[in-house]
Structures are given as structure tokens and as C-alpha cells.
Design a protein around this ligand. Structure first.
Ligand code: DGL
Length: 280
């Protein structure tokens, strides 16, 4: 990692958050709840979503472009809200940055190690996230006694974006995806994709009450708060009205983004700006 230059950071500077599209709003929602004084600049790469079926090189290149864009706002830290981008690009992003860059996998892995009693942890995510093996790597670094069972669930993202959060079709597909994890007797399941917290109740019903569900979005906001506290970088003052506390940028289809955003976040998102990253 490059040297972190905290002396150049301002407490009232925004936090940059990015994702391949709308899913990262589940992370934004947790940050808004847990550290409500923080300003947020969000970028959703709606023109190039999904990342979950792309290669490491491509996702890393896209992520680096987005980080360059977010840095134009003098952000004090960057949260990679996308599980796929965290799995593929975090190492490279950390290496280049002189501000803290946080992904969602490490906080999720840590919470799973703390939650499991029988040492059998399931993780679900995109093909890229599961194929990368990064959740396993982080969990193994924390505990040698945990076995990780990964399952890619590529149909969940389109189903959730279609709004089928509580629907027999989603129940049926989730039942098929989860069957092998249930057979293996996992006691902890990591919801390793930005979208999955939105179908938490379906997943919880299928795996049963004895399985702890780990939401990396929640855990990331918690770790972010701890990190900012430790660095003495939490914004102590509530941003003034009209100070653009939350700003949303996308690479395509801003209106569709705003509609979805308002179904997730109660804050009332009025607009999002479309930005062409190639011009940045
Ligand atoms: N945001 C992605 C993730 O958390 C899911 C959507 C995509 O494939 O881009 O992995």
C-alpha cells in the first residue's frame, strides 16, 4: 500500500463509495444508518454492469477509473461496495492509494468467523466472487478451523433487479442454489453480493433459523466507523442543509437508478447525474 497521508484529509470530506450499479446502495444504506453525519459520493457503473461475469483485468480497469473519478471530490476514504470488485481489484486499488480503501469481503469474512460454531461457512455470490476464492482466503487467514463452501448464484441479481424479492420464482431458484449448502450443514451463510440482503428473508426462511446470515454491507459500515474513529476522521458535525450530503453518479440510465434507489433507501433520492468515465 502507498503511504496513507491522513494529515491531508479533512474530517468533513465525503466518503467515496462505488459499485457496478445499484446494488452498492445496500452498503450506502448501512453507512447512512451507522454514521449519519458522513457525506457520501456514490458511483454506480450502470453502463457496464454486471461485473460478476467479467474478468479480473476488466473489473480492475473499471475500478481504477472509478477511483480516479471519486478522488476528484477529495474523498477521505473509498469503500468498494461491490463484492466482485472487492474480490478482484482491492489489492491493486490499495497499492495505488494514499487514502484508505476498504472492500466488503474482509469485514464479511471476519463476521462469519465470529459467528460460526461448527466451522462450516457457506458463501454465495457472483461467479467472479466465488471463483476468485477471496472469501476463503480471508477466512483462512483468520482461522484454520473453518471450512468454506462457495456457491455462485448468478440468477439472483436479475431477479432482484426485476423486483422479485418475495416471489415463488425466487423461492424456487434459491431453493436449488442453497440445497447443497443446507446438505453440508453450514451454520453460517455470507450474503456475498450487494443485492442479496434484499432477499434476506427468503434466504433465511430456506436455510432455517439455526443458520446465521452475515451481511457484509452491515459489517463494512461498522468497520468503516471504527476505522474513521481510530483515525480521528469521523465527521463530528451534521452537514448543513443544502450541502449536498449525498451525491449519486452513474454511467447510464440515471432515472432507472433513482427509481431503484428509492425502493431501497428511505432518504428520498431525487436525482443522479450521468457521467462518462472516459471523459474524466
Ligand atoms: N455488485 C455485484 C457484487 O456485489 C453484483 C452485480 C454485478 O455482477 O455487477 O458482486
Amino acid at each position: 500500500m502507498s503511504q496513507i497521508k491522513t494529515e491531508l484529509l479533512r474530517k468533513d470530506a465525503p466518503i467515496g463509495v462505488f459499485d457496478s450499479g445499484v446494488g452498492g446502495l445496500t452498503v450506502v444504506r448501512e453507512i447512512m444508518r451507522q454514521i449519519p453525519n458522513e457525506k457520501i459520493i456514490y458511483f454506480g457503473d450502470t453502463a457496464r454492469v454486471p461485473y460478476g461475469s467479467k474478468s479480473k483485468d476488466t473489473v480492475t480497469r473499471f475500478s481504477e477509473q472509478i477511483v480516479r473519478f471519486l478522488r476528484t471530490f477529495q474523498v477521505k476514504t473509498i469503500v468498494v461496495a461491490c463484492n466482485t470488485a472487492s474480490a478482484y481489484a482491492l489489492d491493486e486499488l490499495e497499492e495505488d492509494a494514499d487514502i484508505p480503501v476498504m472492500g466488503v469481503l474482509k469485514p464479511g469474512a471476519k463476521a462469519a468467523v465470529e459467528a460460526t460454531r461448527n466451522g462450516r461457512v457457506g458463501v454465495i455470490g457472483t461467479e467472479a466472487t466465488i471463483g476468485s476464492g477471496m472469501y476463503s482466503k480471508y477466512i483462512k487467514e483468520l482461522s484454520k478451523n473453518v471450512t468454506i463452501y462457495g456457491k455462485a448464484c448468478p440468477l439472483f441479481v436479475p431477479l432482484i433487479e426485476e423486483g422479485l424479492w418475495e416471489d415463488p420464482v425466487t423461492d424456487e431458484i434459491a431453493g436449488r442454489y442453497l440445497a447443497e449448502l443446507i446438505d453440508i450443514d453450514i451454520d453460517t451463510l455470507i450474503l456475498g453480493c450487494t443485492h442479496y440482503p434484499l432477499i434476506r428473508s427468503t434466504l433465511g426462511r430456506l436455510v432455517g433459523g439455526r443458520v446465521s446470515l452475515v451481511n457484509p454491507a452491515y459489517e463494512t459500515a461498522r468497520e468503516l466507523k471504527d476505522m474513521l474513529l481510530e483515525m480521528d476522521m469521523l465527521n463530528d458535525e451534521e452537514p448543513k442543509l443544502g450541502s449536498n450530503r449525498y451525491q449519486f453518479y452513474v454511467s447510464d440510465k440515471a432515472e432507472k437508478f433513482v427509481r431503484f434507489a428509492n425502493s431501497i433507501i428511505k432518504y428520498g433520492i431525487l436525482s443522479a447525474k450521468t457521467i462518462h468515465l472516459e471523459d474524466c
